[in-house]
Design a protein around this ligand. Structure first.
Ligand SMILES: Nc1ncnc2c1ncn2[C@@H]1O[C@H](COP(=O)(O)OP(=O)(O)O)[C@@H](O)[C@H]1O
Ligand SMILES: [Mg+2]
Length: 226
């Protein structure tokens, strides 16, 4: 990781879906390393589109993306995949655990994709579960867990490859208030202790978040609220 650079920097990002739906209309953002920010906005304003662009799952129509000081437009597909796998963790609205794999295997999966050997990845997955007091879930299947537990496991899976940045797209949307609070505490702990930069989206304008800064996405533009 380079010193003195932002985790994420966006310069005049536009996204126009064919034929002419301009969802993002010149988004600028600088997220410093180790910060925890939220992007709030109503359904359909382009939050997922923006996170997909930051996470290299989609390309902007126009504008430049920098991740950890690297200009994404200069990366080939292979470099972009490596950046995604080794530096970015994703958490989605619908937990997205693989139903046929145990909890331990689900957490091992990103490490397997990154080529980490069996014993090492098993140990790291177990360590993550122990550290966050979820080891009793190791051998269960996702369907045997509550929604709150599944989402906490999804966060540990996002942590598996020791990412610099976690992108969490409406992670609390399908959780009740109590489980939302537990999940937000988990993000805060990870942010503090592992210095992972976190960008989280939510449709709620009033939900209290343990973030350093909050932004509002509206009419294709991003406004800093705090
Ligand atoms: N792949 C796509 N093709 C065409 N339009 C899309 C695509 N993805 C999203 N959109 C449109 O872009 C707008 C923003 O979507 P999205 O980023 O999912 O918003 P949010 O996550 O804030 O609900 C919506 O009007 C949606 O229909
Ligand atoms: Mg969305």
């Amino acid at each position: 990781m380079k010193e003195g650079v932002n985790a994420v920097k966006l310069l005049d990002i536009w996204k126009i879906y064919p034929p002419n739906e301009a969802v993002l209309r010149g988004v600028n953002l600088e997220v410093s390393i180790g910060s925890f920010i939220s992007i709030r906005g109503k359904s359909g304003v382009g939050k997922s589109t923006l996170l997909r662009i930051i996470g290299l799952l989609d390309e902007p129509t126009k504008g430049r993306v920098f991740l950890l000081g690297n200009d994404v437009s200069e990366m080939n597909d292979d470099e972009a995949s490596k950046m995604r796998l080794n530096h970015i963790g994703f958490v989605f609205q619908f937990f997205n655990l693989i139903p046929s794999l145990t909890i331990l295997e689900n957490i091992e999966l990103p490490m397997a994709l990154a080529g980490v050997k069996g014993e090492i990845r098993k140990r790291r997955a177990m360590e993550l579960l122990e550290r966050f007091e979820l080891s009793k879930l190791a051998d269960k299947l996702p369907s045997q867990l509550s929604g709150g537990e599944q989402q906490r496991v999804a966060v540990l899976r996002a942590l598996a490859n020791k990412p610099d940045i976690i992108l969490a797209d409406e992670p609390t949307a399908n959780l009740d208030e109590e489980n939302s609070e537990i999940l937000l505490d988990l993000f805060k702990e990870i942010n503090r202790e592992e210095l992972v930069t976190i960008i989280l989206t939510t449709v709620s304008v009033e939900e209290k978040l343990p973030t350093n800064h909050d932004y509002l996405l509206k009419n294709g533009k991003l406004y800093q609220m705090r």
